[in-house]
Design a protein around this ligand. Structure first.
Ligand SMILES: Nc1ncnc2c1ncn2[C@@H]1O[C@H](COP(=O)(O)OP(=O)(O)OP(=O)(O)O)[C@@H](O)[C@H]1O
Length: 953
């Protein structure tokens, strides 16, 4: 019966929907708003009744016109419900928890109250169910949107109460106080399932209370209204429209049932189904499973009272209509088949699309793979570019510049950092400017931020350090203002741990490691020196007896030792290094200033000498590495230096500005570089002016108040980066060179023998020539020929004769035996390229020395030392020295063939060839061969010389 009613309700609603679709929607029919209106009206009715029953005080939680939520919250405690029920049916709820315990007094008050509420609600529901009234779920009061069932239950109770007040006689009607709809048609309720379900669950009770009668009347009225509705609708339709309309109605009804059956709970499914079966609606429920049974549905539906209006239509007519409907159903089935076909082709289309998508996806994957490959290639190219760039820099001999930013020190306040940004070798500094804040960027080979570790810093310079083992000279010097972290980078902090060790320790450990890896092919010897320049004095740091000898710097000296008198200590393990460095650090001049409590007051230099021998080829290499920790530049007002500290600061600043001058001259490629202006520049001369690989580590602090010093430091570093030193050269000696060396030695021995002969003052000339200093690594043609020997080989490997110092040239002039002192550096720096006639050195009366077409004046020479007391009456310059080309050409050519850019290409002018043996010594054989006579066994007389060799004028 309930299912029937539900069905009738649904049919009505469905009819409405279908009518809407067919454009026959009754005017002003707005279902949604009407439903909401109805729900509100029922809520108000329920609330009004509850308030009336209990009085406004007892029902204070419940507003007269509550919203859904207000109603739910008002009834949630179950107190109102239980009290009302007890009024309607005294004793129905034996115990009502009137006012829940004060939750403030009970720690778990909230939970307890909730429990008590639940007790009330549960008791109410049980009692209501016993009476046979519709119930709801306790959870309906907990969650929103379910108040319809609660309202139903309350209104049923109201209805029951009213029925009871009439003495329980007559029909108990439940229907609520429905408002008439605007269409004038009685509203047909759709969502009455809970109520009807409840009723259907308790048929015996319903019967007991005479509900069946009521439901019958309900059914009657709803059936009636449905018939009236359908009639009203069909009345204005043309006959041919009716079948379409009916068909739509039926299809919709079937769908509605399917939905409802699917959506309804278990109770609905079982009870309603049983009921409907008993009511003869089996066909409808069965037909709900598919369109195929539509025919049966139609036949069954025609039997139901819902379609009773059709009885009004004559039988013949209805039969023909049904036939038409049947045809329509056939058509529909065909349509369904068509739809199926469409579905099938759509499926095939989908599969095709899927396949395509898969293909596309795979293509995309491959594309991405290709891109990833290209990206990795790009990275390889970048890497290659970087390598090539470094190579170009190596070839140019550019000084590499790395920059390191010290972190803020813990004792300092949280400084605003002047460093704005660091990326890819570019550091941007925030600068104060007139318009507020500006910035300035500097570009270096590498920039390390404050968080860079010692290991990271070292790993970047590792290749450079390793090249020492390949025979290169390397210089790394740390530059920066005081307290910026130079000593930290080079040595480490005061409390040294393995992780915080600086470049010095790591470099030497690394050298040992590689030496060990190469031990099968190379044999290396490593030795170190440690010196400092303190107040322009060079001091040895590797002394244990506290002696404080003053040492001299001698560039390009024998064995490449810049300070040959400093202790040279052989090391073979990392622990040796640590011991030595500790000793050096202890001996270093350190003092506290306002800017650094452990400020280095001197420039320190750790020099590592590496001698290696190739065990297979016998080739020897020699590398040398200077690791220089400069003293920091400081503003004396800031460092608050006074007394000894002030003197130190002045020396430090002076030597650093001398370094600045050297860098400027180098950057501008000036012919004269003022290395001699300070001990520091003298020490670094080989590294800055020679073929060394040089790296400057510039340090800055991040503090904003040091912005001035930071900017000037970075500007200086920028200038250093522009200096090009020329390609670094490896110090390698091959067996060919060895042979040449032996030849040289034998020549020297021969000369020495000649020197032993009485009256031969040529010795002094040859000896003095041994003191000629070469430009680092270069073999000056003048020089080589002057000395009659090679001071450096093609690799810049210094030969024994390549010592340092001014030459002492004994003029062999017939005018006088002058002992003159010339600065050969100056001569060499100014000597022309090697024209054939530059192999002749002339001296005129006023001590102008002519080299090739160049003239040097040595007027300040001391002429007191004239043993012969001879004076010159000749205005012609004297030929001082003519080179022995026949011997040297073979040597220099041999050397030259090994050297790419052999500067010493002795051109053989006929004149020179003729006279090439003229002057090396007073050997009788030579004398005979060139016929040059010598006065007193010394040099030939000028007149002879003029006559025989054709002196240039
Ligand atoms: N990268 C760093 N990480 C942590 N602390 C650092 C770092 N660099 C420097 N410091 C700390 O900053 C202080 C000053 O550093 P350091 O003595 O190395 O400066 P400096 O440039 O050698 O100064 P000076 O020229 O006066 O000798 C030290 O306490 C040092 O430990």
């Amino acid at each position: 019966m309930a299912a029937e009613e539900a069905f009738s309700f649904s049919v009505a609603a469905v009819v409405e929907d279908v009518l809407q679709q067919h454009g026959t929607r009754p005017r002003d029919l707005d279902l949604e708003s009407r439903r909401a209106e109805e729900a509100a009206s029922r809520r108000n009715e329920a609330a009004g009744w509850l308030r009336k029953m209990l009085g406004v005080v007892a029902a204070k939680d419940l507003p007269a016109e509550p919203s859904e939520d207000e109603l739910r919250l008002g009834l949630r405690s179950g107190i109102i419900l239980c009290n009302v029920l007890n009024k309607v049916q005294p004793g129905a709820v034996s115990k009502v928890v009137e006012s829940p315990c004060d939750s403030a007094l009970i720690p778990d008050g909230a939970a307890l109250s909730a429990f008590q509420y639940f007790e009330n609600v549960r008791n109410f529901l049980v009692a209501v169910q016993e009476i046979g009234l519709p119930t709801f779920e306790a959870s309906d009061l907990e969650q929103g949107g379910k108040s319809a069932r609660v309202v139903n239950s309350v209104l049923a109770l109201k209805s029951y109460s009213e029925w009871k007040q009439t003495g329980g006689n007559g029909v108990w009607k439940f229907g609520g106080n429905l408002k008439p709809t605007t269409s004038g048609k009685s509203f047909v309720r759709k969502n009455s399932e809970p109520f009807t379900n409840s009723l259907s669950r308790t048929p015996s009770i319903n019967e007991k209370h005479g509900f069946a009668t009521d439901i019958d009347s309900n059914k009657m009225s709803s059936s009636h209204s449905l018939s009236a509705l359908i009639q009203a609708i069909l009345s204005d339709k043309k006959p041919e429209e009716v079948p379409t309309l009916v068909e739509s109605v039926i299809i919709k009804v079937v769908e509605e049932f399917e939905n409802r059956i699917g959506g309804q709970g278990e109770m609905t499914k079982t009870t309603s189904k049983e009921k409907s079966v008993s009511q003869g609606n089996v066909s409808i429920f069965n037909s709900a499973s598919g369109v195929k049974k539509n025919e049966n549905k139609i036949s069954e539906l025609t039997k139901t009272e819902e379609f009773s209006h059709k009885k009004c239509i004559p039988d013949e007519e209805s039969k023909s209509e049904l036939l038409k409907e049947k045809m329509l159903f056939d058509q529909q089935q065909r349509d369904i088949q068509d739809l199926k076909n469409t579905l099938h082709s759509t499926k095939a289309g989908m599969q095709f699309m899927q396949m395509k998508f898969h293909e596309e996806f795979q293509n995309l994957g491959m594309h991405i793979h290709g891109l990833a490959h290209a990206a990795s290639g790009y990275h390889r190219v970048l890497e290659e570019n970087r390598r090539l760039y470094n190579q170009v820099q190596d070839l140019k001999g550019s000084i590499r510049v790395y920059c390191r930013v010290r972190p803020c020190l813990s004792g300092q306040l949280n400084y605003l950092s002047s460093v704005q940004h660091i990326e890819d070798g570019i550091i941007t500094i925030g600068t104060p400017s007139k318009n507020g804040k500006g910035h300035r960027s500097f570009s270096f080979n590498k920039v390390f931020g404050p968080s860079a570790t010692q290991a990271e810093v070292f790993s970047d310079m590792q290749p450079l350090i390793r090249s020492v083992l390949d025979g290169y000279n390397v210089c790394i010097f740390a530059y920066g203002q005081t307290g910026s972290g130079k000593t930290y980078t080079m040595s480490g902090p005061k409390e040294l741990a393995e992780k915080s060790r600086g470049v010095n320790y790591r470099a030497l450990s690394d050298l040992f490691l590689i030496a060990d890896q190469r031990k099968e092919t190379f044999l290396y010897e490593v030795s170190v020196q440690m010196i400092e320049i303190y107040n322009e004095q060079v001091r040895d740091l590797l002394v244990t007896d506290g002696t404080n000898r003053r040492l001299e710097i001698r560039n390009s000296s024998h064995k490449g030792l810049s300070v040959p008198d400093a202790n040279l200590v052989s090391v073979s393990s990392t622990s040796d290094i640590i011991d030595l460095m500790n000793l050096g650090q202890r001996n270093r001049a350190v003092g506290a200033t306002a800017l650094n409590d452990r400020s280095s007051r001197s420039h320190s230099c750790l020099t590592v000498h590496v001698q290696g021998r190739d065990l297979t080829s016998g080739t020897s290499i020699r590398g040398c590495m200077h690791l220089v920790d400069l003293a920091g530049s400081e503003r004396v007002d800031k460092s608050e230096a006074t007394g000894e500290r002030l003197k130190e600061a002045q020396h430090i600043n002076k030597s650093l500005s001398a370094l600045g001058d050297v860098i400027s001259s180098l950057a501008q490629k000036n012919p004269h570089i003022p290395y001699r202006n300070s001990k520091l520049t003298q020490l670094l001369q080989d590294s800055l002016g020679g073929q060394a690989k040089t790296l400057m580590f510039v340090h800055i602090g991040p503090e904003v108040d040091a912005i001035g010093e930071t900017l000037s430091t970075l500007k200086f570093a920028e200038r250093v980066a522009t200096v090009e030193l020329g390609a670094a050269q490896v110090n390698k000696g091959s067996s060919d060179v060895k042979e040449l060396k032996e030849q040289i030695s034998s020549l020297k021995a021969a000369i020495a023998r000649k020197d032993g002969e009485p009256g031969n003052n040529q010795r002094s000339l040859c000896d003095s020539s041994e003191k000629y200093r070469t430009k680092a690594g270069g073999l000056s043609p003048l020089h080589s020929n002057l000395s009659g020997d090679i001071l450096r080989d093609q690799h810049g490997y210094q030969q024994p004769m390549g010592d340092v110092g001014n030459i002492e040239l004994h003029s062999n002039s017939t005018l006088r035996q002058k002992r003159q002192s010339f600065d050969l550096d100056e001569i060499l720096a100014n000597s022309p390229p090697w024209p054939p006639d530059s192999s002749k050195l002339y001296m005129d009366q006023s001590y102008n020395m002519l080299v090739g077409s160049k003239q040097f004046n040595f007027n300040n020479t001391d002429d007191t030392d004239d043993p012969d007391g001879a004076t010159s009456d000749s205005s012609e310059p004297d030929l001082l020295w003519q080179f022995n080309h026949s011997k040297l050409t073979s040597i220099t050519n041999a050397v030259g063939s090994k050297t790419k850019k052999s500067t010493s290409k002795p051109a053989k002018s006929p004149e020179l060839s003729k006279n090439c043996n003229s002057s090396l010594g007073p050997s009788p054989s030579r004398k005979q061969s060139n016929g040059v006579s010598q006065r007193n066994g010394r040099h030939p007389a000028p007149d002879d010389m003029k006559r025989r060799v054709g002196i240039r004028k």
